[in-house]
Design a protein around this ligand. Structure first.
Ligand SMILES: *[C@@H]1O[C@H](CO)[C@@H](O)[C@H](O)[C@H]1NC(C)=O
Length: 193
């Protein structure tokens, strides 16, 4: 049963991915009623013909990896993401810009996450988390009750009587686990996998 559900989920996700990258999905019904998602297969001749981009009847080292349709498609997509001026070449500047953008996005996501956490637990709305608010975070997120000697104050690095997003990041990556008591779950969650 669990396998059937997991398979069904994979089938659905696989279909979306295939549609997103433009592969024609083919669906085959298995004897037990399970729907098995398979990709339209090419014959080896078709594979060779598609990979042979310059049509000279042989595959050079650049063409050879394209025999794999999946790899070819994903390579093409990634190339387009790097080649922002679409001149058919990825310059070093374009590669640098690509990775810089990735880093900036990761940073933005991170700050957004800590800001959202702050907003969620900032009951008094002062844009800082005080001891009682942090204790609630520990209970809600980590099912842990801070002990009496939990060093809240050490995380208020600029001593402004509360923890801001930057301090929250340091807090969440350095939680003193030896100074909390786990809260027993009233009902044990069912073990599925
Ligand atoms: C943090 O989130 C709040 C509420 O969503 C928003 O108003 C505020 O601009 C955000 N602050 C930063 C620094 O992103």
């Amino acid at each position: 049963m669990v396998n059937a559900i997991a398979t069904a989920v994979l089938v659905v996700l696989g279909s979306f991915y295939a549609l997103a990258i433009g592969i024609e999905p083919a669906v085959k019904i298995l004897p037990d009623g399970l729907t098995d998602f398979v990709y339209q297969e090419e014959t080896h001749d078709e594979e060779f013909k598609r990979a042979d981009a310059n049509g000279d009847g042989q595959l050079d080292k650049c063409e050879f990896p394209n025999r794999n349709k999946w790899a070819a498609q994903s390579n093409e997509e990634q190339f387009k993401e790097f080649d922002t001026n679409a001149d058919g070449f990825v310059s070093k500047d374009e590669q640098d810009a690509y990775f810089k953008k990735q880093e900036e996005e990761a940073l933005r996501w991170k700050m957004e996450y800590y800001n959202n956490t702050l907003q969620e637990f900032d009951t008094n709305g002062d844009q800082l988390l005080q001891q009682d608010e942090l204790a609630k975070l520990m209970r809600t997120r980590y099912s842990s009750e801070p002990n009496a000697d939990f060093p809240f104050a050490t995380f208020d690095l600029n001593a402004d009587k509360g923890i801001d997003t930057e301090e929250l990041e340091k807090f969440e990556s350095n939680i003193p686990w030896d100074k909390v008591t786990p809260i027993e779950a009233a009902v044990q969650p069912a073990v599925i996998f």
